[in-house]
Design a protein around this ligand. Structure first.
Ligand SMILES: Cc1cc2nc3c(=O)[nH]c(=O)nc-3n(C[C@H](O)[C@H](O)[C@H](O)COP(=O)(O)OP(=O)(O)OC[C@H]3O[C@@H](n4cnc5c(N)ncnc54)[C@H](O)[C@@H]3O)c2cc1C
Length: 385
């Protein structure tokens, strides 16, 4: 494997997360998938190992790492199970609005909770507002020192299980995109409820629900930054979180390569291991090369975010786009290399293929990533003139 010249701490995170993936996650992944259970026991393992605090400032009880450290952890945990790893990764998505836009009191309270293992969620999507997030209808109407939230968010990862929800809602519809604001809502707030869990193709160890606001009253201190910043909070959050989705895709894809290599080495046909056939070897070589290329892109995008580079939207979208397409291709090839056994749920690779698919869809579909990349290319061209 490529050497990414990690620091001692990054190497330690990688080894610890791989160990948890091998010893704790891999053995239960099929059961969580089958039973569609939220992995509370694994959340506890991760919390006890201080994994939730990896990207949280030391001031709030975290390890003080950044997006690269988060990506390393997400990749390794996703190697164990892409669904179970989401309890950690989507907590990052729910937490970035607070890291990026929270005031000191909000950070002190909520980042300390996350560092200890509190699960968070991010609520933007609605039934009629997916790619076009500007179409959200959930409202947050000012009422003295409070805001009253009404509306329904759809397909929220960690829905119902998380204690912290960061929510984008319209505070002033007449202002269009500048009329949205972001809030922190705690589980247990009257007027906040959840639908039953969605039944999904993959990542079935992850909870996906509606998050429903019915006259849900929150104090104005729960507003992130200022009114009108809702979509900026969302877009900057995605710039930071997309390397995490990409890392999830790399982890799933690497597992597919590992499983395919091990299987083709032991499976004999025509009196030889199938890995001795050039047609199989070329597939394995392409799979491994694509995963390594995706990994390099993810780590480099993560490093750029951590270095505080300004124009990260394009590279962040690129790594999510490329890694998720690689994950879909490589997991499909792994099923192919297992032959008929690959199609059976008794073997691990059909689950990898099902889990990989979501990485092309959420946090912006890959069509939307391409639009982001092209928009940034065109912007750079205009700037250079
Ligand atoms: C399992 C799961 C978990 C999720 N978790 C969360 C979460 O935690 N928080 C959250 O807020 N959301 C979450 N989502 C929502 C997710 O981000 C959206 O599903 C996604 O952004 C796409 O929106 P949509 O499903 O409405 O598709 P649509 O926007 O309706 O798109 C339909 C198709 O049209 C294409 N399309 C749309 N517009 C364009 C365009 N301008 N150019 C080219 N093609 C276009 C899309 O790429 C897609 O192929 C989750 C979704 C799923 C399935």
């Amino acid at each position: 494997m490529m050497n990414y010249l990690f620091t001692e701490e990054q190497q330690m995170i990688k080894e610890l997360c791989r160990q948890i993936a091998v010893e704790k996650i891999k053995p239960v992944a099929a059961e969580y998938d089958e039973k569609e259970m939220f992995p509370w026991d694994i959340v506890k393992v991760l919390a006890d190992a201080d994994i939730f605090g990896i990207y949280i400032d030391q001031k709030y009880g975290g390890m003080g790492g950044g997006i690269l450290e988060m990506a390393i952890a997400t990749e390794e945990l996703s190697w164990g199970c892409g669904g179970i790893a989401l309890a950690f990764a989507a907590t990052g998505l729910g937490t970035f609005p607070i890291i990026l836009f929270g005031n000191e009191a909000q950070k002190e309270k909520y980042l300390s909770m996350v560092a200890k293992g509190t699960v968070a969620a991010f609520c933007l999507t609605e039934a009629e507002a997916g790619s076009d997030a500007g179409g959200i209808k959930t409202t947050a109407i000012k009422d003295g020192d409070h805001y009253i939230l009404n509306g329904t968010k759809q397909w929220i990862t960690n829905g119902g299980e998380a204690d912290i929800y960061t929510v984008v809602a319209m505070t002033n519809k007449s202002k269009g995109a500048r009329g949205a604001s972001a809030f922190i809502v705690e589980k247990g707030t009257p007027g906040l409820s959840f639908s039953k869990k969605e039944k999904k193709l993959g990542i079935r160890g992850s909870s996906t629900t509606e998050v429903i606001f019915e006259d849900c009253k929150i104090h104005k201190d729960q507003l992130l930054d200022k009114e009108g910043m809702g979509f900026i909070v969302a877009m900057k959050t995605f710039d930071n979180s997309r390397p995490g989705v990409a890392a999830q895709a790399v982890g799933i894809a690497q597992r597919a390569v590992d499983e395919a290599l091990a299987y083709t080495h032991t499976r004999h046909q025509f009196g030889k291991p199938v890995s001795s056939f050039q047609g199989v070897q070329f597939m394995l070589a392409d799979m491994a090369t694509q995963v390594e290329a995706a990994r390099g892109l993810v780590y480099n995008a993560a490093k750029m975010v951590d270095a505080g580079e300004k124009d990260i939207a394009g590279v962040s979208a690129m790594c999510k786009l490329f890694a998720s397409d690689v994950a879909m291709k490589v997991t499909t090839d792994a099923v192919q290399l297992f032959g008929g056994y690959g199609y059976m749920r008794e073997y691990p690779v059909e689950k990898l293929m099902r889990d990989a698919k979501i990485t092309q869809i959420y946090e912006g579909t890959n069509q939307i990533q391409r639009s982001v990349i092209a928009a940034n290319m065109i912007k750079s061209l205009a700037k250079s003139k």
